[in-house]
Write a protein that binds this ligand. Sequence first.
Ligand SMILES: Cc1cc2nc3c(=O)[nH]c(=O)nc-3n(C[C@H](O)[C@H](O)[C@H](O)COP(=O)(O)OP(=O)(O)OC[C@H]3O[C@@H](n4cnc5c(N)ncnc54)[C@H](O)[C@@H]3O)c2cc1C
Length: 431
Amino acid sequence: MPSASAHRIPPHPSAPRVAVIGGGPAGLIAAETLGRAGIAVTVYDHMPSVGRKLLMAGRGGLNLTHSEDFAPFIGRYAAAEPPLRPLIEAFSPQDLRAWSQDLGQDTFVGSSGRVFPKAFKASPLLRAWLRRLEGLGVRFALRHRWTGWDADGLLRFSGPGGASITDSPDATLLALGGASWPRLGSDGGWVSLLAGRGVEVNPLRPSNMGFLVGWSDTIRSRFEGEPLKRIALSFETFHVRGEAIVTANGIEGGALYALSAPLREAIARDGRAVLRIDLRPDLTVESLVNRLKSPRKSQSLSTFLRKAAGLSPLGIALLREGPAALPTDPDGLASLVKSVPLTLTGTQPLDRAISTAGGVAFSQVDEHLMLRGLPGVFLAGEMLDWEAPTGGYLLQATFATGIGAARGILRYLRIPDAALTESRPSATPHP
Ligand SMILES: Cc1cc2nc3c(=O)[nH]c(=O)nc-3n(C[C@H](O)[C@H](O)[C@H](O)COP(=O)(O)OP(=O)(O)OC[C@H]3O[C@@H](n4cnc5c(N)ncnc54)[C@H](O)[C@@H]3O)c2cc1C
């Protein structure tokens, strides 16, 4: 094994130097913005390749952004709307689509309003992107794990073979991601490094994740992996339509993800949350009552509910999950079908969540995303404290904060405004 040696990355002869630490979409778009402005950029990542979570995101279709109007779009960021608004106005969903197109990856709007690259996957986009970055002279230092700052304030890395490496760039961007799916690279190891420097980091928590349910043996043995299609979920004042999937110990899927923040907070507060499932959101209670008034004849209750109310075997099993016997009258049955209570007893762990809530509080950074307490150190992406539902909102904010931080770095380095404008990715032809 090579001995740990200390050496310095040689500085670029003339251009200002920026270290981008973290090669996810936030770091890569910042590297592109800085590279276009003539900055000597080194992207550090502790994994053997960059963009691993982006590639994983593309497995089920890379949902880049959303096509809805700006007002509802920006509202998806809830408490983080105020700090994110100017950043997303400056790099909008249209800009993100134009950027993708400029990389040869045209986009389309799916039936739900979500925006995807036509290739659907992330790999062609990432390949074209890395070629562009190479053309801009961006350097990559892979298998370099950032471990904080040394006593002299230099960035410290553990490089290949355990080599101890330091770097002293003119500015630093930390884009280290959240802590979901840690095997893809973002493991939240940065939390103690920043907290140790006095930066306020709100606890990392799962977002867009599944929930725990104490299923009966019937549900667990017969319905694990079964989808609940075209349902509506309600919790407190929140209502959402979509789908869910039964897991061995709970329930997950798009409709749950959309409610994940209020459900998570309620469980943290009360130890449980009671979700209401509408199994037939397209039918009113009255029309359901009329259907359930039809003569049952010799049919079993299950067959009757399947035929008269159009319920799936899983839906019928859910009606039976409650402690009380099933109502027999049409009114009682219809009310239950429209509002099946489901008690959620916990959240799936952070490492299985789609994204991360919590992170560096926005109060810790200025409007250019520079840490107030550590001048010259900027932040972007999921490590900042914001969350949003699935639907393209995660990548949109990731890109917008990456670009916002890169522009902040250009200001900090006193790169003229003209270069700032030219650095806008969608406005400049790539080399
Ligand atoms: C299964 C799945 C599907 C998803 N699908 C979508 C989708 O369709 N649409 C959408 O909008 N979002 C989606 N997301 C979320 C989206 O992928 C993330 O929000 C986005 O990748 C965050 O980007 P980031 O650059 O902030 O962090 P990341 O992509 O997590 O990148 C962080 C980088 O930092 C590196 N790093 C971490 N610590 C260190 C260290 N100490 N030293 C050096 N390097 C380090 C990591 O290796 C990694 O490369 C999905 C996520 C998952 C898990």
